[in-house]
Ligand binder design. Structure first.
Ligand code: NAG
Length: 180
C-alpha cells in the first residue's frame, strides 16, 4: 500500500496537530485488535474477500477485497464502525427517495460521522441491515457489483440478480489473521 507523505509525517510526530481526515490512512494491522471482527464473503466469486475501503481505513465506498487490506469492524449501537481507522469510520447506506419502491441496490460507504439511516446487527455471524421504512425480503441479502462495490439488496437473495452483480451474505470471522 502506498503511504501518503502526510501519513509518513504523522507516524513520527505527536498527534497534537491532526491532519485533514482524508490524508490519514492507518495501515491495517494484520491481526485483529480487541473487540474487532473481520467481515467477509464466503461464496464465489467473493470467497474470503473482506470488507474494506480503498485505500484502506479512509472514507470511501464499501468494497469486498483482499484479506491483506481487510478492515476491522464492530457493531456499536446499531452502527457498523471501523475499529482501526483514525478517526473511526461508520458505514452508511443510501437512503432512497421512494422508500416504498426502492431501487434494487442501495449503495454503501464509510463516513466519519454516524449513519442516520438504518441499523446493523448480527444474526448469528451474518451481517444484517434493516430500516423500518424499507421492506426487504431478506435483511442479510447483499450484492457485490462492478469494482467490488457492496450494495444492500432490496430484493430477494439470488433472484433476478442484477447484471454484473453477485449475491452474497457476509459474515464475521474472528480468528487473529484474515485468511485467503
Ligand atoms: C458525511 O457526513 C457528513 C456529516 O454528517 C455529511 O454532511 C456528508 O453528507 C456525509 N457524506 C457522505 C458521502 O456520506
Amino acid at each position: 500500500m502506498r503511504l501518503s507523505f502526510a501519513a509518513i509525517a504523522l507516524a513520527g510526530t505527536a498527534l497534537s496537530n491532526p491532519l485533514p481526515q482524508s490524508d490519514v490512512s492507518v495501515p491495517t494491522p494484520t491481526t485483529l485488535v480487541k473487540d474487532a471482527l473481520w467481515i467477509r464473503g464466503v461464496t464465489a466469486p467473493n470467497y474470503h474477500k473482506y470488507l474494506q475501503t480503498k485505500p484502506a481505513n479512509v472514507p470511501g465506498v464499501a468494497i469486498l477485497e483482499s484479506h491483506t487490506t481487510a478492515g476491522q469492524f464492530a457493531i456499536e449501537g446499531g452502527q457498523l464502525v471501523n475499529k482501526v481507522s483514525n478517526p473511526p469510520l461508520y458505514m452508511w447506506v443510501e437512503e432512497p427517495t421512494d422508500k416504498a419502491n426502492p431501487p434494487r441496490t442501495l449503495s454503501t460507504w464509510f463516513n466519519t460521522t454516524k449513519s442516520p439511516f438504518g441499523t446493523f446487527a448480527w444474526q448469528g455471524d451474518t451481517l444484517v441491515w434493516t430500516v423500518a421504512s424499507v421492506k426487504r425480503q431478506n435483511a442479510a441479502a447483499w450484492l457485490v457489483c462492478a469494482k467490488q462495490q457492496l450494495y444492500v439488496n432490496t430484493g430477494a437473495y439470488a433472484y433476478q440478480t442484477p447484471s454484473g452483480c453477485s449475491d452474497h451474505t457476509i459474515h464475521y470471522y474472528n480468528d487473529k489473521t484474515a485468511n485467503n
